[in-house]
Design a protein around this ligand. Structure first.
Ligand code: AMP
Length: 218
């Protein structure tokens, strides 16, 4: 299956993507994770992306589209993939369409995670992520680790993303509304959008998503 995950920052895209990709046996492709990996390795691409990420802005399309398509073209993505955080604007959505069309492929669904603004801000403010694996996500009150600052799953160090500060989150939400939300209409016109509420327990949301995707595999 080829799935695009959309939703505001803090809707739980990364968490859900990890579970869904595992259930569906497809790679989880997160452009945010790819950028962060490049930043920690000090690559030229990472240096290009860093200032935009710090400011809560989108990394320019010239950098992002090539990186995403390159990742989708890897052998492990031949049978499908789950895109998390890409596309994030109309130009990226059109570039993805073009790439898929050229390869005679198509998307099965665009899964839209819906969450109220107050909830996403609360989630992001308390979010702590494992340095070893970004799918190990905790929350200082909602899902506290057994030992503060230590990942329950692998013992890795937990940290707060630099762009999870309140000011940057506000900017990211603004960018989401102005740049990313319009892609939902683009995909609605292709009858690809399935919207699910992202509130409740992680497992419940995953189940809702699996149910919504069940009749989209053809
Ligand atoms: P995420 O981990 O998906 O929340 O992304 C973190 C940051 O990475 C975003 O705020 C952007 O600065 C950058 N980023 C991730 N994906 C994209 C994309 N598709 N286009 C442009 N910038 C992106």
């Amino acid at each position: 299956m080829r799935i695009v995950l959309v939703g505001p920052p803090g809707a739980g895209k990364g968490t859900q993507a990890a579970f869904l990709a595992k259930n569906l046996s497809i790679p989880h492709i997160s452009t945010g994770d790819l950028f962060r990996a490049n930043i920690s390795q000090g690559t030229p691409l990472g240096r290009q992306a860093q200032e935009f990420m710090r400011a809560g802005q989108l990394v320019p399309d010239e950098v992002t589209i090539g990186m995403a398509i390159d990742r989708m073209s890897q052998p492990d993505a031949a049978k499908g993939f789950l895109l998390d955080g890409f596309p994030r604007n109309l130009a990226q959505a059109k570039a993805l369409d073009e790439y898929l069309h050229g390869a005679d492929l198509r998307l099965n669904a665009v899964l839209d995670l819906e969450a109220p603004e107050a909830e996403v801000v609360r989630r992001i403010a308390g979010r702590r992520i494992c340095r070893n694996d970004s799918s190990h996500v905790f929350h200082v009150t909602g899902r506290p680790p057994k030992t503060a600052g230590v990942c329950d799953e692998c013992g890795g160090e937990l940290y707060q993303r630099e762009d999870d500060s309140e000011e940057t989150v506000r900017k990211r939400l603004e960018v989401y509304h102005s740049e990313t939300e319009p892609i939902t209409d683009f995909y609605k016109a292709q009858d690809l959008v399935v919207t699910i509420p992202a509130l409740g327990k992680v497992g419940e949301v995953t189940q809702r998503a699996m149910d919504a995707l069940a009749d989209r595999s053809g």
